[in-house]
Design a binder for this molecule. Structure first.
Ligand code: FES
Length: 115
């Protein structure tokens, strides 16, 4: 009996701004884990259950999953329309870029000085 190889799940690039990190991430896994895999800690007061809004991020480019019921319940429609989503309830469906507000980071971003 020969063993068939399973195809790798599709993966997407996730750019995390303003921290300047990038990670390749499996489709169907939440952005919260994508950030963690890139070494970026997001605040989570509810353990990823979608009711504390502490992991709020904004999708700047790319396609993501449709808003989950908890996002529709807890986030104002105009805020959702502006691209804000809960990282613990949202997964990428293409290469994406997200902006992480300082309040959602476990450690504040450090100022980068060049030149
Ligand atoms: S961790 Fe609480 S809403 Fe995402």
């Amino acid at each position: 009996m020969t063993q068939q190889q399973q195809p790798d799940p599709p993966s997407h690039l996730v750019d995390l701004e303003p921290v300047g990190r990038r990670t390749r991430f499996s489709s169907g896994d939440f952005l919260f884990e994508a950030a963690q895999s890139a070494g970026v800690g997001l605040v989570s007061l509810c353990g990823g259950n979608g009711w504390c809004e502490s992991c709020l991020i904004r999708v700047v480019e790319g396609e993501v999953s449709e808003p989950a019921f908890v996002e529709v319940d807890y986030i104002a429609a105009d805020v959702l329309a502006a691209g804000f989503r809960l990282a613990c309830q949202t997964y990428p469906e293409s290469d994406i870029k997200i902006d992480i507000p300082p309040a959602s980071l476990t450690t504040p971003p450090r100022l980068r000085v060049e030149g």
